[in-house]
Every structure is written in C-alpha cells, then in structure tokens.
Ligand binder design. Sequence first.
Ligand code: SAM
Ligand code: F3S
Length: 460
Amino acid sequence: MSKKVFIKTFGCQMNEYDSTKMLDVLHAADGVEQTTDIGQADIVLLNTCSVREKAQEKVFSDLGRIRELKELRPGMVIGVGGCVASQEGSHIIKRAPYVDVVFGPQTLHRLPALINERQRSGRPQVDISFPEIEKFDHLPPARREGGSAFVSIMEGCSKYCSFCVVPYTRGEEVSRPFEDVLVEIAELAQQGVKEINLLGQNVNAYRGAFDKSAMKAVGAGSSNMAGEPGKDFADFAMLLDYAAQIPGIERLRFTTSHPRDFSQRLIDCYARLPQLVSHLHLPVQAGSDRILAAMKRGYSALEYKSIIRKLRVIRPDLLLSSDFIVGFPGETDADFEQTMKLVDDLDFDASYSFVYSPRPGTPAASLADDTPASVKQARLKRLQDDIGARERRNNLAMVGQVQRVLVEQVARKDERDLAGRTPYNRIVNFAGPVSLLGEMVEVRITEAFAHSLRGELVTP
Ligand code: SAM
Ligand code: F3S
C-alpha cells in the first residue's frame, strides 16, 4: 500500500504552492498519497511561516502534539519546512529531537532524498541551503484538476523592508526562465485550466532569461536588450503578453506585486489584455511617508496613489486590496490618520492587516516602540472595520449584475450548490450541476453578504 503524507501549511500563498509541490515530489519519487487524517500519516510535514511571531510559536506547540502521535507510530517521519525551518535550521532538531528532516523553501525538491538519507543513516537531516533556481528544474510537471492554477514565476525577495524576514528565509529574487513558465502555463491550459495566478513574492520584479534566437523564430519582441550574448530578459509585462496569448487561458491574476516595480509597461497591460482581471492586490503597508521610509518600502503614498489612479483611468471598475501593518515602531496617531485617509482616497476593498510584530534579525526589531498594544489593536480594528464596510458596500452594488464566474467547487454549506469566483475575487454560491466544475459561466448576482455573494445561473 502506498505511503501517506499529511501536510499542514501555515502562512502565505507561496507556502500553499510549496505544499502542493512537496506532494508532487513525494508522489513522483515514491508514490506517496496525501491524507487529511493525520492519524493515517506515515509522513507529517509542517510547512511553516515566520512572518509574524504567533505563526512561529505555533510550530513548536504543534510539534509537541505530533511527537505523541509518533510515539504511537514509531516509523513515522516528521518534517519541518518553510520559513521557520530556514531561519532555525538545526536548532529545530535541538529543540525537538524527534524531528527527522528540516528543509527550506528552496530545497523542498530534495525531500524524497532527505527522507531516504534519514532512514539509511539513522540521523536527522537538515538542508536549508539556497541552491538558486535548482528547485524548479527538479519539480515534476504540474498536475492539475479544476479550472484555476498557480504558477510560480520567481522566488525570494531582494527588497529588504525593515520589518520583514522573507529575504533572509527565502533568499534573494530569482526568476524562472521565460520559456519554462510559458510551457508550464500551456501544459496547464491543455489540462483544462482557464485561470492562471502568477505567483511570487514580487512578481513584477520578474526578469526571466530567454533565448533570443528561439523567441525570434516565433516573432517575439524584446523588452530589454541587456544580458548574456544570445540571451535576453523578459520583464513581467512581456510575460503577461505571452501568457495571455496561450489558447484556453481566459483569466490572469498575479500575487504579490510591489508598488516600486509597478512600471508603466505593466500599467499599459491593463489596456491591452482583457484576460487581466480588474482586481489588484497591491501591498501598501501604511499611508504615512515617514513610516513608509522607516519601513524602507521605496515609495511615497502619492506614488502609490498615482499607480492606482492610472490603472483606474484604464479600468474604472478596478477593485483594490492590500496588506497593512499597523503600529510600526514610532507610528503616531497622525501617521495612522494618513493610513485611514489613503484608505478613503483609494477605497480599498479588502485587506490583510496585522499589528506589527518584531522579527529577530530585521532592522526594525531594534527600533524603539512605545505605542501601547491596546492603541495598536484599536487602530487595527478601526482600519479593518472601515475596509470591511467598503467590501459590504461593493458587494451590495454587484446585486443585479451578471458576472463571469469560474466554477471552483461544490459549495461548502449546501452540496446542491456550486461555488465559483468572479473576476473581482468574490465567491458566489449558486445552484447548478457538478458538470460545470472547472467551467466559466455567467451568473446573475441576487444577494450580497459580508464576504460572499449568492447568484443564479444565466448561461450554462
Ligand atoms: N511582497 C509583498 C510586498 O510587496 O510587500 C509582501 C510579502 S510579506 C511576506 C506579506 C505581508 O506580511 C506583508 O505585506 C506585511 O503586511 C506582512 N508582514 C511582514 N512582516 C511583518 C511583520 N514583521 N509584522 C507584521 N506584518 C508583517
Ligand atoms: Fe517582505 Fe518587503 Fe519583500 S514585505 S517579502 S521584504 S517586499
């Protein structure tokens, strides 16, 4: 019987993506299947996050519980991957000696070999190196059921915002070669995928190498003539142009982009490419220029606004979501009011917002921080309530509209219903046959709730 793996994923979409790849490599190497019942698992993997303190603490409390399971099933393999693994390395084995393998975001493709070596040598294995783009070269081809897929186009981050651990845990920005990305998208399209979500820490910092002579043969233009002889680099706008031409690809999303790299060429894509959705997640973090500078974000509130205003000239229906950090060291009431003003000016529709959490090893961790926790919590609540009210208002305004929906799954609450996603990233529940799973359909919105919509099928 094939072995079973249970994977628990913490944190961001990059980690969600990496977890699917862990499954793919274990399946390709040893026929391992996924289980959602940890009691059945031969391998238990924690794909960890260290972006905030709470997520990091949770890993060790979870490990304590998994240890009890291992005592009942002595052959069980426990693996810790992701950003906590990358940061802590062999300290994890010191603190939790029953852990068998520790691997980083860039070495997950070595997981089958690490597990084999653990079993052969009898010693725990740690590999948290950054072998650059090797990861992508060793991943099995994407397998996909359903209409939507993530495609990772770059890894890591070189922005070094003063509060963030990611450049240290995931390494510097490295882009996947242009042709490799396009081939993966074309393969997914052949499997029936209609929506591609291009994934990376800063997708618009993409600089994918490509073979100029090969691209000339298919009539490609060039965006940047620098590079090795015979080689060139494609930027993110060029990648979008090519991805949009792949037959079967009806929708393009991307996550996450960075305001500093939001070029005019990328803005122009919104005028040219109907496949690009009118929904953008663009992290701003704060509305005060003083705080943005202390965060080392590399833009002002006005520069951020100017990107959004240009986009809304092209796409008046654009809905905007963002990441915010509240209570960064030294944030005053006046600074926070500027964040609230920005929210009002740009009408953000959704947010991932958190109170600042000092991360060891980052420059901001040594800054004086005298704002009481209660004040930070109150600011966060105000921000979230304000943005939540905007989301509800926008949902209400959608009632009566017919929207194009990609059917994702049978609805959680009522299995007679289907659940799909609109271009604006809203979940819509509606009655329909399961034969529509993975298809694009037109749905009339009939009811609005705080975080979802209800609708009726217009055309099957
Ligand atoms: N690449 C993205 C960008 O352009 O900013 C961000 C990726 S980061 C891993 C995801 C989010 O986590 C950030 O946008 C930020 O809001 C939040 N975050 C990162 N470090 C944090 C910290 N020390 N405290 C609170 N939130 C943090
Ligand atoms: Fe982190 Fe800033 Fe990069 S938030 S992931 S260092 S863009």
